[in-house]
Ligand binder design. Structure first.
Ligand code: GCU
Length: 343
């Protein structure tokens, strides 16, 4: 079957032509409302200009901003290649600190990119407790109030305030893996200063379509809201086992990033995330980019892709590699390639 035939079976809601309308539905029904942006500042707590054999400057900073309930701060590590005049910078919302295995820092530096890493737990805890971190500053009352994914995304936008103010970078990408890939897509969609959002294995409620056909192996809305209800606004919970009633599907989340680029990385064996659903979502989101005069996904066939593929010519990039759920060096190299090839 062609992708078009597969998509016809899924009966997806059409993407509104108005960007604000897409965002207002995704806020109300999926991730929750976001507070207005409040410009952040930072202190540089330590700086090492000789990091990585002298190839990089490492800055350990604290990002701070006001909230209705007082100041909020979180730490970030930034790595800046010394040999590049105004590098592009990846903002990575990461599971742990920058020393986590998901950060091949030296390789990123050697490719001429800068990297700013925040640990998501320093913004808000990854559980149903709303008594700590950013959650403490914004009591959750209504069904459309934000969940944790919205908070992690908002924190990264405040980090972006600081990096833009430094005026030493030429371009900004938001990157995340899995639950943080969902976060990266939402962060890019709600802040036009990013020129690229990279979703690595983001799966259900991320890049992968909720209307998924008969695929029993993938995560569904029912499964995700049972285990991780606090990632979302409460309105999303009603769609457990009622995907057909959703006024949107996940291709809207990719489309909400237009006209800025999106890269979707999948892994062939990551059936829980649903690589085919991620691919079809890119195909379905393409119309929104085309309506803005940008190419969507440019693939070399109408069929689902093979185990290994890279389609990097459009504004939506797609990559699939063999193997399992992981943010691998391969995935990072795909992101660097996509950003380098598409200026
Ligand atoms: C779980 C969850 C996924 C999520 C993943 C992760 O598997 O069900 O939706 O993407 O955790 O963040 O690692």
């Amino acid at each position: 079957m062609t992708c078009k035939e597969l998509l016809d079976l899924r009966n997806l809601p059409a993407i509104p032509s108005d960007h604000d309308e897409i965002l207002s539905v995704l806020k109300r029904e999926l991730f929750g409302e976001m507070p207005p942006p409040v410009h952040a500042t930072a202190t540089i707590d330590a700086e090492n200009p000789y990091a990585y054999a002298g190839k990089a400057t490492e800055r350990n900073i604290t990002v701070s901003f006001d909230t209705p309930n007082g100041e909020f701060s979180f730490p970030v590590n930034v790595y800046i290649p010394n040999a590049v005049e105004k590098p592009k910078v990846f903002l990575h919302i990461c599971f742990l600190t920058s020393m986590h295995r998901y950060n091949p820092i030296e390789e990123i530096i050697d490719n001429g990119y800068a990297l700013a890493v925040a640990c998501y737990l320093d913004i808000a805890s990854d559980d149903d407790k709303f008594d700590n971190g950013l959650a403490l500053k914004y009591p959750r009352v209504s069904n459309s109030d934000w969940g944790k994914i919205g908070m992690w995304a908002y924190g990264m936008q405040r980090l972006l305030d600081v990096l833009v103010d430094w005026d030493i970078f030429s371009d900004y990408a938001i990157v995340g893996h899995s639950r943080l890939g969902k976060t990266a897509l939402w962060c890019g969609a709600t802040d036009p200063r990013f020129s690229l959002a990279v979703s690595n294995d983001s799966g259900c409620s991320g890049a992968s379509l909720a209307r998924g056909g008969n695929d029993e192996t993938r995560e569904t809305v029912a499964k995700i809201v049972r285990q991780f209800p606090y990632w979302f606004c409460k309105n999303y919970w009603q769609y457990a086992d009622h995907e057909a009633a959703m006024p949107f599907d996940q291709h809207w989340l990719i489309a909400a990033n237009a006209p800025h680029r999106v890269l979707v990385n999948s892994a062939e064996e990551d059936l829980w995330a649903g690589p085919d659903g991620e691919y079809l979502s890119c195909v379905a989101a393409s119309a929104a980019f085309e309506a803005m005069g940008k190419p969507g996904l440019i693939a070399d066939s109408d069929e689902l892709p093979p185990e290994t593929c890279y389609f990097g010519e459009g504004s939506i990039g797609y990559s699939r590699r063999p193997g399992r759920h992981f943010f691998s060096r391969y995935d990072w190299n795909t992101a660097m390639r996509f950003w380098r090839e598409k200026e």
